[in-house]
Every structure is written in C-alpha cells, then in structure tokens.
Design a protein around this ligand. Structure first.
Ligand SMILES: [Zn+2]
Length: 104
C-alpha cells in the first residue's frame, strides 16, 4: 500500500499536475495577486479557481514548507501550477495569498 501524501515530494506534485494538463505557471505578484503566466491576468486570490492542493509540512526543514496548487485561470481558461512557500520562510505576499486560498 502506498501513502501518496507521505511519499510525494514537491517535484512529484508538480510533475503530477503537468501530466494532468496544468501547463501554465502562476506566480504571486508584488501586489499579492495571482498572475497567470499564460495571459498575464492578475487575479485576486479570493477569485482563484483551485482544483488541486498539495501541502508540504517540511518536517525536517522549514524551508521545505510549500503549497502546490493546481489552478484554472478565469480569464484565459489555462490550467497552471502555483508554487508558494508558507511558514517562517514565506514572503508576506506568498503568505497572504496562501491564507486567502485556504479560505476558499
Ligand atoms: Zn490566463
């Protein structure tokens, strides 16, 4: 028996999303908005369409605390991947976006 959450790494999570057609890349802008790498549209995090969430706790290294999200861009319809840090090493922008996405 395999326990996916326990054995999945950040790179495996990204690969799994790529295989599912999440070809675009999302990033967090300086304004704390989600930027679609495909069309450049800026989305408020509350408006983001989150399809898949992977959380990594970084038990051995706080720098490994990360959230991998599979998102759909509401402007161009592209599916893409956002990699955001959280925890002590996260930037304020990343932390705010992750918090907002977690509420949705
Ligand atoms: Zn887009």
């Amino acid at each position: 028996m395999r326990e996916p959450d326990a054995e999945t790494t950040v790179s495996e999570a990204i690969d799994a999303l790529r295989v599912k057609g999440y070809d675009a890349d999302f990033s967090v802008s300086e304004e704390g908005l989600l930027r679609c790498g495909q069309c450049g549209h800026l989305h408020a995090p509350e408006d983001a369409v989150v399809n898949v969430t992977y959380r990594f706790e970084g038990a051995s290294d706080p720098d490994d605390e990360a959230v991998i999200l599979g998102l759909t861009c509401g402007a161009c319809g592209s599916r893409g991947v956002l990699v955001a840090a959280y925890g002590p090493s996260a930037s304020p922008e990343d932390a705010a976006v992750v918090a907002a996405l977690g509420r949705s």
